[in-house]
Design a protein around this ligand. Structure first.
Ligand code: ZN
Length: 173
């Protein structure tokens, strides 16, 4: 029986077959059975509506369930994250005050399969996020695609320098 808390060990026990089937099953038009948990919806408080719309669409099309672990952070929380090495900057877009919108423009997610946290499946969840962002025409950046050595695969943010489109072009077909 795997320990729910031991996500580090679980990440090392990554099962390639599981990822392969998740990838091949991916289709942006198939609606998943996953729903945002209450915890996820609470975490989306004070998050920019464009990013909320991407999350809301991503949970419908993802092949791997996920929870939103954090949206807005306080300065004190961010300072703590920098101190423990979980973040590299106080200029984080998790801090509403850092953004022109006055809202958090970044979120962190954690994939979850049968109640087990699956950090290693972040790239699969990212497929759903990018697909949702494309549909909604929201410029999105995944931390796993950051152009420097340190990646943050749990992290998604509205692209810096882009003005969120506010478009809501959900495909109906
Ligand atoms: Zn983050």
């Amino acid at each position: 029986m795997r320990s729910f808390r031991n996500s580090q060990r679980i990440a090392l026990e990554y099962n390639a077959n599981e990822k392969a089937s998740a990838l091949t099953g991916a289709s942006p038009h198939v609606v998943s059975n996953f729903k945002l948990s209450l915890r996820s919806r609470i975490a989306l408080k004070l998050v920019h509506p464009d990013l909320v719309s991407v999350v809301t669409r991503a949970i419908e099309i993802t092949t791997v369930d996920f929870i939103v672990t954090q949206g807005a952070r306080t300065v004190a929380e961010q300072r703590h994250f920098v101190e423990i090495g979980a973040s590299r900057t106080m200029n984080s877009r998790h801090l509403p005050a850092n953004n022109e919108s006055g809202l958090a423009e970044a979120i962190d997610v954690m994939p979850i399969v049968n109640g087990v946290l699956k950090d290693n499946l972040c790239p699969v969840v990212a497929l759903a996020f990018y697909s949702a962002a494309r549909e909604l025409e929201v410029p999105l950046q995944w931390g796993g695609d950051w152009p420097y050595r340190w990646k943050d695969t749990n992290h998604f943010e509205l692209k810096r320098g882009s003005r969120p489109s506010h478009s809501r072009k959900l495909r109906v077909s």
